[in-house]
Design a protein around this ligand. Sequence first.
Ligand SMILES: [Zn+2]
Length: 220
Amino acid sequence: MEDYCCVYCQEKDKSFSKLISESCPEHPNGKNKGNHFAKQSPHFNQGSLINTNITLVFSCPGQWEKIMKKPVSGQTGTNLDFVLKCLFNRKKIISEEFISRYDYRITNASHRVHYQKETKDTEDKDKEFLYSDKNLFRLCQETKGTEFIICFGKVAQDIVKRMKDKYNIKVKLINVRHLSFQSINHIKYTDTKMDNTLSHTQNRLFKVAEDIIRQSKISI
Ligand SMILES: [Zn+2]
């Protein structure tokens, strides 16, 4: 399975860095007057904001991501949109206006698709693969040049920490829980600020946003 596809000429490659380093015969500026541009795949979204300083890392793509051919496509994605809006409203980390999560760089700890019906699990638990040089290098390429990496869930946190140590990258890590309902429903409702204009879910997500803001001030 090729992971990345150029939006102009449909050239495919397993390596993101290799693909975007090569000239594109159908580049909008003219033949070979620019490189391939790989915007989205089930596990990866390049983002559209030029000055974006954050990369969002989840665990692995599932059924919805496979169908939609972009990451965090289901309810987790809707929850992510709400968290990003909270950060923007507070003018913390996010100061530019944006339309949706796809304005931001998003990737996953694993690029392999996992879901109950097909793989009988929802997470990539293959430690040998997750910790492989190949996978850590992929993650390094995809998160390059970012100031903050926000890791959602334990799998993402673990892999990103390894990647940062291995390549000695100066990036600030922020670790929060995964945004699936299974995860956020563990946030005790009484622990939230309980804004009555927000739903239970939104109050819980607001708490996650607060956690991100708190860590952004102290993370190194
Ligand atoms: Zn191309």
